[in-house]
Unconditional design. Structure first.
Length: 246
């Protein structure tokens, strides 16, 4: 019931969106290149000729090649791809959850669609503590930190209240589909969660450093009736009612 990789498991839908964004970016670069490469070649010829007249033709050729190389590199420079970053984070979370599955402590599904919505559920985990929805945040910028100011979570200067509200809504949709309470959790890669044990509660969401996620799930108190048979049954229900995100 668990899957891995971007095509059909954790991060699959984000990975596909990332690939689509990269394809569109490359197509736009090719369109610009058809206009700019002739201009770049002309500029390289001018620079090479000037350098050659001042020194020798070999150095002029080197100067021209440097101009072309720098121009092409700038033209085809890859932009930031938030979809690809998100997919990578989801795949890392899946790896963190995998040992719980192997040891029979959890049933886990990745990248499930919410019927009637374009949103998706990154990870659903069914454990002795009940059902949990884990949303991955790949906050890895060296320039930004997680902070809590007046009860508001911020990543850098950006207020994350809306993001937490979305996670609560997504957990509610999963609960409605499955007929059981679903606890919302945000697993943070990269940034340090500013709280003891790297874990805090805000807006009805448990925000935890991803490296501590497995420990969090193991530490939650067991809920009556959530034995291995029920975990398997709810997992099978989720397979039917929450299809893989397309």
């Amino acid at each position: 019931m668990t899957t891995a990789g971007h095509r059909s498991g954790a991060g699959a839908s984000a990975g596909r969106m990332g690939e689509a964004a990269r394809t569109a970016e490359r197509a736009a670069q090719h369109r610009r290149a058809r206009v700019l490469l002739p201009l770049l070649a002309a500029a390289a010829a001018v620079v090479g000729s000037a350098a050659g007249s001042l020194t020798n033709w070999q150095l002029g050729l080197v100067a021209a090649l440097v101009v072309v190389g720098l121009g092409v590199r700038r033209l085809y420079r890859r932009g930031h791809n938030s979809w690809a970053v998100g997919a990578a984070g989801e795949a890392r979370t899946a790896k963190l959850l995998a040992p719980l599955v192997r040891r029979g402590h959890a049933v886990v599904l990745h990248d499930r669609a919410i019927p009637g919505s374009r949103a998706n559920l990154d990870h659903l985990a069914f454990t002795a503590a009940g059902a949990l929805y884990v949303d991955t945040k790949n906050w890895t910028s060296d320039k930004s930190q997680l902070t809590v100011q007046g009860g508001t979570l911020r990543y850098g200067r950006y207020d994350q209240t809306r993001a937490l509200q979305t996670v609560v809504w997504e957990a509610e949709q999963a609960a409605r589909a499955l007929g059981v309470p679903v606890r919302p959790v945000v697993a943070v890669h990269g940034a340090k969660v500013p709280a003891p044990r790297g874990r805090l509660e805000l807006g009805g969401v448990t925000v935890v450093e991803a490296k501590r996620l497995r420990g969090l799930l193991r530490s939650l108190p067991p809920q009556p009736g959530w034995d291995s048979a029920r975990r398997a049954a709810v997992g099978q229900l989720a397979e039917r009612t929450l299809p893989p995100a397309s």
